[in-house]
Ligand binder design. Structure first.
Ligand SMILES: *[C@@H]1O[C@H](CO)[C@@H](O)[C@H](O)[C@H]1NC(C)=O
Ligand SMILES: *[C@@H]1O[C@H](CO)[C@@H](O)[C@H](O)[C@H]1NC(C)=O
Length: 463
């Protein structure tokens, strides 16, 4: 076992030193009495003080209500997180200016990927989180998760905290393909040398990526969009890959996870307050489209139809996203428009999925889809099985009459869908990674639960 993977905390040793002396006591009743009496005194005088120390060091405790709550792992399993060589994650952040060929990522990788705080939203739980940063937040959450173990022998899931999305976007314009692929190849090499990997050929391992699977599945035919071959490496085939957009046709080991939105609460009551606010929000607009038209992308043609109809309708509130500084990049603006609309248009763009889908759920705005691959084939772990419960699907023949189609839906049906959407918010949210006990299942908790369901039967098979 490599030195870096050796457990820091050895459960077994701790247990032995605690329980051996007890055997001696059982033969001497007086000793037993003295032992338990002193134990009682110890509990009485020492523990409350300890508890205070612990709870005061835990971040984001706002009231005494939760100060006695313990962090417990209710997954029924433990997750081991690799301490990867830093070139695979934190080392990449050092050169944060070149992490994306499009934008300076330095402000976005701050606060473990949450980005710049948004105090104007009225609580410390809001951040201007970048759309392709879920892998960093996921890492920070697992690092501080109550189900994390330092002992690989006690783990059922193995997390590989590789910042693959940030790496690939820093190499989009790299013409030398072997340079572009190098880090992915090195990761596969590193993993396959680990005994923890070899035990099940990576079948109990997972990776989470903040960019779409297309960025890691370069094909030799067709134009080069800058992708590498991470997800095509034969050695990584048995690993589960969490990604904000899976390949619906060649992604049987890929699982959709939410794009990160702007809300990262530390406590259940913050979540409840927000959900109630969205339930009560007046919605004067029937629909809205927060986005821009695309030129030359065939699957984005529907955007032109939406923009045109929105401009012609008095019931639509457009929020144009022209290049550069525009109000659609202001989270406060985006959420306030969405939270005043009943339906949010979610056409495909450069790829099938959009972060906007998760912004609209957060705002209690019912998403309207134009492709099954924008959500239905992506986020099965997160969305209700019956798509009609929380969304509207418009087939191509209806794209010319969006308003008329939406007006056909009875008011009670709309209210029911909205209630379902608002109930979905906790699951699609990335809670604050420093939260000690969030009190609800967030996107990371749901992913761990579902991964375990997938991995467990495979491990049992092997025994
Ligand atoms: C989490 O807490 C640590 C220690 O208090 C602090 O240094 C860090 O900035 C916090 N992280 C975030 C994302 O707020
Ligand atoms: C995937 O797992 C199966 C069964 O555990 C194993 O036989 C196979 O060699 C693994 N494939 C790779 C590429 O590791």
């Amino acid at each position: 076992m490599a030195a870096k993977d050796r457990p820091l905390f050895k459960d077994k040793e701790v247990k032995e030193t605690h329980f051996k002396p007890l055997l001696v006591f059982t033969k001497h009743p007086l000793y037993i009495f003295i032992f338990f009496f002193s134990w009682f005194l110890f509990l009485f005088y020492w523990l409350p003080a300890r508890t205070n120390v612990i709870s005061s060091t835990v971040a984001h405790k706002k009231n005494g209500q939760n100060s006695m709550m313990k962090r417990t792992c209710d997954l029924g399993a433990h997750v081991y997180m690799y301490e990867l060589p830093e070139k695979f994650n934190s080392g990449l952040l050092r050169d944060c200016r070149s992490l994306s060929v499009y934008t300076d990522m330095c402000p976005h990788v701050k606060n473990r990927g949450l980005g710049r705080p948004l105090p104007e939203m009225g609580s410390p739980s809001w951040y201007a989180t970048h759309q392709f940063i879920a892998e960093m937040i996921f890492h920070a959450r697992v690092e501080n998760h109550p189900c994390r173990t330092w002992d690989p022998a006690g783990a059922q899931l193995f997390y590989v905290p590789f910042y693959g999305g940030l790496h690939v976007s820093s190499h989009f314009r790299e013409p030398d393909l072997s340079v572009r692929d190098r880090l992915a190849v090195e990761l596969a090499e590193y993993l396959s040398q680990q005994p923890t990997w070899q035990a099940h050929q990576g079948g109990d391992h997972f990776l989470s990526l903040g960019r779409t699977a297309w960025d890691f599945m370069r094909s030799n035919d067709g134009p080069d969009f800058g992708a590498n071959t991470l997800l095509k490496l034969p050695r990584l085939r048995n690993m589960s890959v969490l990604t904000v957009e899976r390949n619906p046709w060649h992604g049987s080991n890929q699982f959709g996870i939410p794009y990160a939105s702007y809300f990262h609460p530390s406590m259940w009551n913050e979540m409840l307050t927000w959900q109630n606010k969205m339930r009560e929000s007046p919605r004067p607009h029937l629909f809205t489209f927060v986005g821009a038209t695309r030129t030359g992308v065939e699957k984005a043609e529907v955007r032109n139809a939406i923009v045109k109809q929105c401009a012609q309708s008095t019931r639509c509130r457009p929020l144009q996203c022209a290049r550069g500084a525009s109000e659609c990049h202001d989270p406060d603006r985006v959420l306030s428009v969405m939270s005043r609309s009943s339906f949010c248009m979610q056409p495909p763009g450069d790829s099938f999925t959009r972060r906007s889908v998760f912004d609209s759920v957060l705002a209690g705005c019912i998403p309207v889809f134009f492709s099954p691959h924008t959500a239905y084939t992506q986020y099965r772990w997160y969305l209700p099985a019956d798509r009609g419960e929380y969304s509207v699907y418009l087939e191509e023949e209806k794209w010319g009459r969006i308003e008329a189609e939406l007006l056909k839906i009875p008011a009670e049906k709309v209210a029911g869908m909205r209630a379902t959407v608002i109930d979905m918010i906790p699951r699609i949210t990335y809670a604050h990674p420093n939260a000690s006990d969030v009190g609800f299942k967030d996107a990371v908790d749901v992913a761990l639960e579902q991964l375990l369901k997938r991995v467990r039967p495979r491990l049992v098979e092997k025994i």
